[in-house]
Design a protein around this ligand. Structure first.
Ligand code: SF4
Length: 206
């Protein structure tokens, strides 16, 4: 837990980072541009015993202050994940990535791949690469746009294609890239794997 000055009083911000699988996970937002039917936010307050509901989004300074107190060398990688879509805070995400890169820490972004729709005037993959991001894990989640829209209920039209383009661009930029699906009954895992392999991404069932 971290405390932060807010409206003149010290308030509890929430869990900014947590450990698991020898990784450090960063929780910089609870917002998302999708509303997946399987989203853990709807059924739980957190994971691994951590309460991931933020009372307030942490500032860049909150995050760097917290990270500065940790022995980062002991983690395999630092992962932007948590209870929301980290690219909604794109500039904070880039600055933290850059800060970690300068310290030789490996980073991964778990994302729904909608970032280019959020920032149409920017080249989001180029900026992630420039910041030093090592790996991206993109939620593919379905073998067709129709099924994707049913399951993920994205805020923007064209999210499925944007997610596929984001993945292609990440591979082209030389960022290690994988696509994932949640092992759901009516998802065609085999077709999803074919899509991922055709694009050139690794594939993982969550
Ligand atoms: S993309 Fe992730 S955080 Fe967003 S609704 Fe889906 S599962 Fe939840």
């Amino acid at each position: 837990m971290t405390e932060d000055k807010f409206d003149g009083e010290l308030v509890d911000v929430g869990t900014l980072c947590y450990e698991g699988h020898d990784n450090l996970y960063l929780n910089i937002t609870n917002r998302c541009s999708a509303s997946c039917v399987f989203c853990i936010r709807d059924v739980s307050d957190g994971v691994y015993g951590y309460d991931l509901r933020l009372k307030k989004e942490p500032s860049l300074e909150d995050m760097l202050e917290k990270l500065s107190t940790l022995d980062l060398e002991k983690y395999r990688e630092v992962v932007f994940t948590g209870f929301g879509e980290a690219t909604l805070r794109f500039d904070v995400l880039l600055k933290i990535t850059h800060w970690l890169k300068e310290r030789g820490v490996r980073t991964r972004l778990d994302t729904n791949g909608h970032a280019q729709l959020l920032y149409p005037e920017r080249d989001v993959v180029a900026e992630l690469k420039e910041a030093g991001l090592d790996e991206v894990s993109v939620s593919l989640n379905a073998e067709s746009e129709e099924k994707y829209n049913e399951i993920c209920r994205p805020a923007f039209e064209g999210s499925y294609d944007a997610m596929l383009d984001f993945t292609r661009n990440a591979i082209e930029a030389g960022i290690q890239t994988r696509m994932t699906v949640v092992g759901f009954n009516d998802i065609d895992i085999k077709k999803c794997e074919e899509i991922a392999r055709k694009i050139g991404a690794d594939f993982h069932v969550r």
